[in-house]
Design a protein. Structure first.
Length: 322
């Protein structure tokens, strides 16, 4: 368990909070230090696992959710707090960092928001979802909209505990759901570092053609799936164009390889330079200290999206769709 920064010990909200809207960043579980290092914001205020900073929201991969246009809301009573929130918009999710019982009583007076797991293939919720917490007994911090459509940014699925060879498939399910796109039937996918085959299982199940590569074999059930071809070897040894021929481009490149992020960046840059692939979904797996510099380099690739998925550990998911 990583140590969290202590709550900001201040009796009243700072001037920049009282002056207007601001942004809130909910740290991915156990990764508040990473979020603080990524934001490097001054001034800022930390309440539990939330970081608040003035100005519009900025990208933050280590945030599980980002509160947009947060503001202070007077709440002299539980009933008035709920009434005020309902007047702003319909759907709210509480994230108590103080006065948890009072936050729950306010939430009880609001329309219920479902947090049940969804079936893969269902779209992400489209209705706006706000979040709130309490500054004190008479003041809320409320954001009428958040970056994620899910409560506290946590996307959960009805899991397949029978067919999938590992739980790694949940990363891909969540990535496709948040991105709103996935490989179409017949598209060519490379799955680097595929063993035991969780990502290949997802891709083949979507009807894609999958060329998987790993030094270890796939689960035999996955290798027998239609459209799957597996090769023993290193993903770093596969040169652009090799899988599809010199005139073909790969539709998707996937990597869940256990490697240093800077080495993965070199691989991605090689494929980008060769214009050999249209879409990428890769896991940056940090070993030891978080490599913020390489994470920033991934985020700087035009059109990229860098995020911490609900089932990511000390890792981030990078996606580029073209």
């Amino acid at each position: 368990m990583r140590a969290a920064a202590p709550d900001s010990q201040t009796a009243s909200p700072p001037e920049w909070m009282r002056a207007g809207v601001f942004a809130g960043y909910l740290a991915a579980p156990d990764f508040l230090p990473e979020l603080l290092a990524e934001l490097d914001a001054t001034p800022r205020l930390v309440l539990g696992d939330m970081v608040f900073a003035p100005g519009p929201a900025r990208p933050a991969a280590w945030a599980q959710n980002i509160w947009l246009d947060a503001r202070l809301v007077p709440a002299p009573s539980i009933g008035q707090a709920a009434k005020t929130l309902r007047a702003i918009q319909r759907n709210w999710w509480p994230h108590p960092v103080r006065l948890a019982r009072r936050a729950a009583l306010i939430a009880d007076k609001l329309p219920k928001v479902s947090a049940k797991p969804q079936i893969f293939g269902e779209p992400a919720p489209a209705a706006p979802l706000g979040s709130f917490t309490l500054w004190d007994e008479t003041t809320l911090i409320a954001a009428p909209a958040c970056l994620s459509p899910y409560p506290d940014g946590r996307c959960q699925f009805v899991e397949d505990r029978e067919s999938a060879p590992s739980r790694a498939y949940l990363k891909l399910w969540e990535a496709f759901t948040l991105l709103g796109v996935h490989p179409a039937p017949g598209e060519l996918c490379l799955d680097l570092g595929a063993s035991p085959g969780g990502w290949t299982w997802v891709l083949a199940g979507l009807g894609a053609r999958v060329f998987s590569l790993d030094r270890a074999p796939l689960d035999s059930r996955i290798e027998r799936m239609a459209g799957v071809e597996h090769c023993l070897g290193s993903g770093f040894g596969l040169e652009p164009h090799c899988a599809g021929g010199p005139e073909a481009r790969v539709d998707w490149l996937f990597s869940d390889m256990a490697c240093y992020p800077e080495r993965l960046l070199e691989l991605v840059q090689r494929w980008l330079k060769a214009e050999a692939c249209r879409n990428f979904v890769c896991t940056l797996k940090f070993q030891g200290a978080t490599d913020h510099a390489t994470a920033r380099a991934f985020a700087a690739i035009p059109g990229s999206r860098l995020l911490h998925l609900s089932c990511n550990k000390h890792e981030l998911t990078w996606a580029l769709l073209r």
